[in-house]
Design a protein around this ligand. Structure first.
Ligand code: SAM
Length: 250
């Protein structure tokens, strides 16, 4: 029966393309992607010859109706995005909803996803986390989002573009303070991959000292309020112990 596959593609390193992704993309009748020129290169690399159709934020509504019609005519479809997992800060949500409503199955073909890759090496607690997607481009709106997340207990994560990375971290510093711990993951799986867990202040310093650190693609992970508080408590406890051990009158 015809169905829709949601297929993850690499976020940099082409070796992260899964065997199943290659198999499914080779077998479907139509591959929907954000940018046909970009995806053509990826597919050529794996010798996948499929008919490419564009589906992006601006044509998703019209295209979804068309895709349902293709499914009804017995064709099978795959959706990929420019990188990583479709629907994660990428188009496809409207399409998946339409396809399910029309009674067709939607199957995931999992693979790379920048937030998950970043969290897995962050060293921040990951048993619970919140994903904010892209934060607003305008500083005042961004600060408002950060303010609303300021007291969130668990690790929270956002995507940022290279044009705004420093301004964004400066806003974060204003809201959380220079000492707050973050982890920044840049260019994951690529040649200039950088993963650094440090205070916001030190990450900003690193970017000032090395302009290359402001280039590429980023995931920012922010330590949650509970974790930050328990670190403060630990510090106070250690200090108290030190004072007692040294017999310093409290
Ligand atoms: N669907 C993608 C995924 O599964 O991660 C995300 C698409 S979103 C339009 C693009 C953003 O994801 C970038 O601006 C960056 O924040 C993040 N990103 C994608 N690839 C990355 C990489 N290799 N290293 C770090 N961040 C990456």
């Amino acid at each position: 029966a015809s169905c829709l596959y949601i297929v993850a593609t690499p976020i940099g390193n082409l070796q992260d393309m899964s065997a199943r992704a290659i198999e499914v993309l080779s077998q479907v009748d139509i591959i929907c992607c954000e940018d046909t020129r970009h995806s053509k290169r990826l597919l050529e690399h794996f010798s996948i010859k499929g008919q490419l159709q564009s589906l992006h934020d601006h044509n998703e509504k019209d295209k979804s109706a068309q895709i349902v019609a293709w499914l009804e005519s017995g064709q099978s479809i795959a959706l990929i995005s420019d990188a990583g997992t479709p629907l994660i800060s990428d188009p496809g949500c409207f399409l998946v909803t339409c396809v399910k409503e029309a009674g067709f199955e939607v199957y995931p073909i999992p693979g790379a996803c920048a937030i998950i890759a970043a969290l897995s090496v962050s060293g921040l607690p990951t048993d619970r986390f919140y994903f904010e997607g892209f934060v607003p481009a305008k500083s005042s709106n961004r600060v408002a989002r950060f303010e609303s997340l300021k007291d969130f207990e668990h690790t929270w994560v956002y995507y940022e573009s290279p044009h705004r990375i420093q301004d964004s971290l400066k806003d974060l510093q204003k809201v959380l303070g220079p000492q707050h711990t973050i982890c920044f993951a840049r260019e994951l799986t690529k040649t200039f991959e950088t993963i650094k867990k440090d205070s916001i202040e030190n990450i900003l310093k690193l970017m000032d000292e090395d302009r290359n650190q402001t280039k590429g693609e980023f995931v920012i992970m922010v330590q949650g309020a509970t974790c930050a508080k328990s670190e403060d408590d630990n510090e106070s406890e250690m200090l108290l112990k030190l004072l007692i051990d040294e017999n310093i009158p409290l």
